[in-house]
Design a protein around this ligand. Sequence first.
Ligand code: UT7
Length: 340
Amino acid sequence: MTESAGTGMGLRGSTITGIGRYLPRRIMTNHEIEKMVDTSDEWIVTRTGIRERRIAAPEEASSDLAYAASQEALAGAGITPAQLDLIIVGTATPDMLFPATACILQDRLGAKQAGAFDLSAACSSWVYAVAVAHGYIAAGLAKTVLVAGAETLSKFTNWKDRDTCVLFGDSAGAVVMQACEPGSGFLSFYLGADGAGGSLIAIPAGGSRIPASFESIERNQHFMQMNGREVYKFAVRCIPKAIEEAVQRAHLTIDDVDVFIPHQANIRIIDAAAGRLGQPREKFFINVERYGNTSSASVPVALYEAVEGGRVKPGDVVVLVAFGGGLTWGSCALRWTKPS
Ligand code: UT7
């Protein structure tokens, strides 16, 4: 993305006017996973910071999680679904290859005036989708956009693979975005990708490259596969750079930032990024211990909890940052405008 694309924030601003989240009821602790694979609570806590995660019910799909989160976001914004011009769902775990999870959500909400599509950038999907929603609003193509991040990673997890099964969880977050004066709400965006690293984290089968077959299932290619060490190195490099870009493009300094809301993948990644930036860890909102890595839902769920808990207050400068499969990364700076 060019510098002007990052700073050219359009004629209108956009801001979050409602936020919601949904957490599946079922809590799975590390001790339960100890019974499935050769691991320990101690290893998982020390290496990742994760203590438990939520697991969607067998009958729950990503659109169901998105629906519950969206209803709360719509209520918070004080609008009806009929007022939505556009729905974007960021997800790596859609209900099916098509139709889009966003269309399933649009029907369920009864958002009859809204266009709807999914955005696929793995764990960065929601931040990417917020940037797209901002573009629609700034250009005058939409007034009111619902942006959800919804994941049911547990359904794509090989519960016999200790390299991955300890890390992920299910949840959804959603925001309503509407126009505001430029200078409040979203202040900058920065999106990036490196497709050369695509194989580092992937669900290889079920698409057109490796269509689903008995062989693909025998080889576990319909489950998520990951080179954790390489993704870790990428994340530690990528987060500080993405934060710095978002801050610069907003014409701020890093010390102007009140709260960082990073993708919740691993506490050690967040600590390393804080260290590299020379920023106190207390400025980073962390809830990875309760939910694990919920991919595109992680940043909106963390933002929701930071607002609910009073960590983010009106007027605060907040930087959101995500990274994930693709490889992809995305960040944005915003001045929080919603009274909590
Ligand atoms: O949204 C992006 C998604 N992905 C990520 O964010 C993942 C990023 N990567 C990570 O968070 C870390 O690399 C992991 C948590 C996946 C792994 O931590 P690590 O400190 O990089 O461990 P490692 O892969 O270097 O493995 C250390 C040891 C190995 O044993 P040896 O070779 O030292 O004997 C592994 O076999 O830990 C072993 N190990 C485990 N032991 C117990 C790997 N997974 C487990 C496990 N339980 N679950």
